[in-house]
Write a protein that binds this ligand. Sequence first.
Ligand SMILES: NC(=O)C1=CN([C@@H]2O[C@H](COP(=O)(O)OP(=O)(O)OC[C@H]3O[C@@H](n4cnc5c(N)ncnc54)[C@H](O)[C@@H]3O)[C@@H](O)[C@H]2O)C=CC1
Ligand SMILES: Nc1ncnc2c1ncn2[C@@H]1O[C@H](CO)C(=O)[C@H]1O
Length: 374
Amino acid sequence: QLDHLEEIGAEWGLSFGDLDTQGVECRFHKCLDSILGGAETLPLSGARVAGCLHIPYVLQDHSNCVLIETLTALGAEVTWSSCSLTAFPGGKSLNMILDDGCDLTTLVHEKFLQYLKDIKGISEETTTGAHHLYKAFHEGRLKVPAINVNDSVTKFKFDNYYGCRESLVDGNNCATDVMLAGKVAIVAGYGDVGKGCAESLRSYGARILVTEIDPINALQAAIAGYEHFSVMPEDAIVCNINHFNVGIDVAWLKANAKQAVNVKPQVDRFTIPSGRHIILLAEGRLVNLGCATGHPSFVMSCSFANQVLAQIALWTTPGKFPLGVHMLPKELDEEVARAHLAQLNVKLTELSTEQSEYLDIPVQGQIKASHYRC
Ligand SMILES: NC(=O)C1=CN([C@@H]2O[C@H](COP(=O)(O)OP(=O)(O)OC[C@H]3O[C@@H](n4cnc5c(N)ncnc54)[C@H](O)[C@@H]3O)[C@@H](O)[C@H]2O)C=CC1
Ligand SMILES: Nc1ncnc2c1ncn2[C@@H]1O[C@H](CO)C(=O)[C@H]1O
């Protein structure tokens, strides 16, 4: 809830007014202005958006605040939490879901079915959440149209790859301050998150081993110069960056450890039957958000611009999104990228008319085919 954030802010001697939202806020609103073109009526008037995303423990992470401010500036009523909330002031219920990991979507479909009839759309932030949406749709359990925000290139390539490339090591350093150079790091899974994690760990001088089930990603890892793994050494640091804490068997650790010592918040050291020790970060939950503040706001601005566009698309053009899981059109993906270039002082080259005709690509885009994943 917003007032809860105010309370936290008060503890830190901060209020929304003090938040350094300048950089993110102007970028965010510039992005929306360029896309909405100064639309007369507020596109989210009447929408009651229940947001269920991570709220990093340090209020300075203003990307969430700017996302909430933007949704309300576009006419929406908003409730927000990092766990599921469904009720609005005045007894009104939600009619839009903005989700991360399908937590709120699953809760409404399983325990608050009475709300389903009023909900016009779901926008989903992350890979695992998108997987859950596709599975629910294929099994006939999805009852509300959804947009998979994760697979916008300006989300997964920036947030999952470049975001984790920064925030994984941030989490490890905040939690342990253990030097990475010379250590052996195992990265389980070489998708966009794994690529970012492996790249940053290697840049610190760690030797990287990768495990994979997908031959294409395994081949990518091998071509990138990474290898494969066997026995956990003494005081191995184990952490998870997946959305859910299913990557590490924490239950086994807790059931079989001869001793468990809480070294400091979010850092536990287990003595396993062999006598060796395992150091577990963030209780096996997302280490970059549990031990640090998650991704920097620049990549979150890219991700959340996609979230806002998805909410607008679902709310204002429901006819375009029948029951199912959809993607935002590539031209909006390119618009999100275009709106962020100025923040990095990047000037885009423009096709000449002759080049445009030769390549059969419109000067102002869509530049790439819709299936192109960069
Ligand atoms: N903490 C954070 O800030 C973020 C977390 N995520 C989460 O990170 C996770 C990974 O996301 P992406 O990299 O985008 O997914 P992805 O699908 O691109 O990559 C996952 C990779 O893991 C591999 N894999 C699956 N099971 C495996 C196993 N048992 N052993 C080895 N490899 C296995 C798959 O073949 C795939 O290549 C998801 O849960 C996503 O929601 C995504 C973005 C940011
Ligand atoms: N600082 C952050 N604030 C909000 N969400 C974040 C942050 N860092 C990473 N995430 C999101 O966390 C999910 C995974 O649960 C992602 O896919 C990211 O978009």
